[in-house]
Design a protein around this ligand. Structure first.
Ligand code: ADP
Ligand code: GN1
Ligand code: MG
Length: 362
């Protein structure tokens, strides 16, 4: 830990760092809260960037700088105060770079947002606030002048994810295919329908917009009054279909169970949370979404849950090389939990479509 705390000294921080502790439960990067001694000085979020996944750290950090600068400008134009709690602030390294490379790992530092809370389980009111925030986020970024790079190529490309899955089955690197035949056919039976989005994209029916692409429920910070402070975790902000952002929030925020719940009976979609999110999102996004996007938001919930099923399962078949796991069969348990959620979304699909139609008509 001593070594970790020393890393912030490579950055333009104020105050004297005195303690460091792990923060958050992400599957990719490692986050630490670094506290400073002086009451009047900020605390910091130190992150080790997973450069096996984000291979171009320079591009990654430049993207985040462009995104945060643009949002900052929008907030100033709106006359907001307290801006450092409403958008992430990158602290540059003393050598002018947006990260520090220690010979082995890449590190970055943000201002820590005091009083920000993130939840893994929420209620319809918080979902409404989150829906507004992510719609606003997409709206702010609609006119960003810089071209954002794809920090992970084909990140939410369903055809690509299905291909990765088929490659994993063919290679059978961990010898897990023989025991997984039921899951393989569950995935194959849905693959074509799920890939239709990519076909529509190519046909010019479905536009790409700047998306967050990781709208997990714990990637928004709320204040004590249940209002949104800030959207965080900006590594994957890139062009994509809005169905991604809608769907991934529902996948994580509107599930009665956990993402990796061992008890499949707990898993299912909470339609009140679904409706809360749809209402908030409609408020801030209705003016720029096209009819085909609105019409497919409920499909987005199925799509992102299917995509996550495929991604967890592919990682399982590959021998757990991508996601952090906490026990040997974790990716398999995650796969079953996501598949269960998908089945429940399928069972509630008509109702979800009605909810979206109702919320967007108001
Ligand atoms: P991961 O890639 O591991 O998900 P995140 O960037 O989402 O990393 O950070 C992990 C958690 O830390 C978030 O869920 C959020 O609760 C909290 N967090 C992230 N950024 C900040 C910040 N600038 N200030 C305060 N808390 C933050
Ligand atoms: C990862 O880092 P984290 O936990 O916010 C993943 C997302 C997945 C998610 C599943 C870069 O997000 O795409 O949806 O796990 N991020 C990356 O929980 O792959
Ligand atoms: Mg996160």
């Amino acid at each position: 830990m001593n070594q970790t705390i020393n890393l912030v000294k490579y950055f333009e921080i104020e105050g004297t760092p005195v303690s460091v502790g792990p923060l958050g439960a992400g599957h990719i990067n490692d986050s630490f809260l670094v506290k400073t001694e002086e009451a009047g000085k900020p605390d910091y979020l130190l992150q080790r960037i997973n450069h096996h996944i984000f291979k171009d750290v320079e591009m990654l950090q430049n993207n985040i700088l462009h995104v945060t600068n643009h949002i900052r400008k929008k907030l100033i134009e709106k006359g907001e105060t307290d801006i450092d709690r409403q958008v992430l602030a990158i602290i540059p390294a003393k050598d002018g770079k947006l990260y520090h490379f220690d010979g082995e790992n890449y590190w970055r530092v943000y201002l820590f947002i005091p009083g920000g809370k993130s939840y893994d389980a929420i209620n319809p009111e918080l979902a409404y606030e989150a829906g507004k925030a992510f719609g606003e986020f997409q709206g702010y970024l609609a006119d960003i002048p810089e071209r954002l790079g794809e920090t992970i190529p084909d990140f939410h490309n369903m055809e690509f994810r299905v291909q990765q899955f088929r490659d994993a089955v063919a290679q059978d690197a961990a010898g897990r295919v023989a025991a997984s035949r039921d899951l393989i056919s569950e995935i194959e039976s849905r693959a074509e329908d799920m890939c239709k989005i990519e076909v529509w994209g190519r046909e010019g029916k479905l536009p790409k917009r700047i998306n967050h692409c990781d709208t997990k429920v714990n990637n928004v910070l709320f204040d004590d009054n249940g209002r949104i402070l800030c959207v965080v975790d900006l590594d994957t902000v890139m062009p994509g279909y809005v169905l991604s952002d809608f769907g991934d929030f529902i996948r994580t925020g509107a599930n009665n169970g956990a993402e990796d719940d061992a008890d499949l009976n707990k898993i299912g979609v909470n339609l009140d949370i679904f409706a809360g999110y749809a209402r908030g999102y409609a408020e801030t996004a209705k003016n720029f979404l096209s009819p085909i996007e609105i019409d497919n938001l409920a499909f987005g919930a199925k799509l992102l849950t299917f995509m996550q099923t495929v991604r967890f399962f592919t990682d399982y078949l590959n021998g757990d090389t991508y996601y952090k796991i906490h026990f040997p069969e974790h990716n398999l348990q995650r796969t079953y939990a996501q598949l269960q959620l998908l089945k429940d979304l399928e069972a509630n699909y008509d109702e979800m479509r009605e909810i979206v139609a109702r919320e967007f008509k108001n």
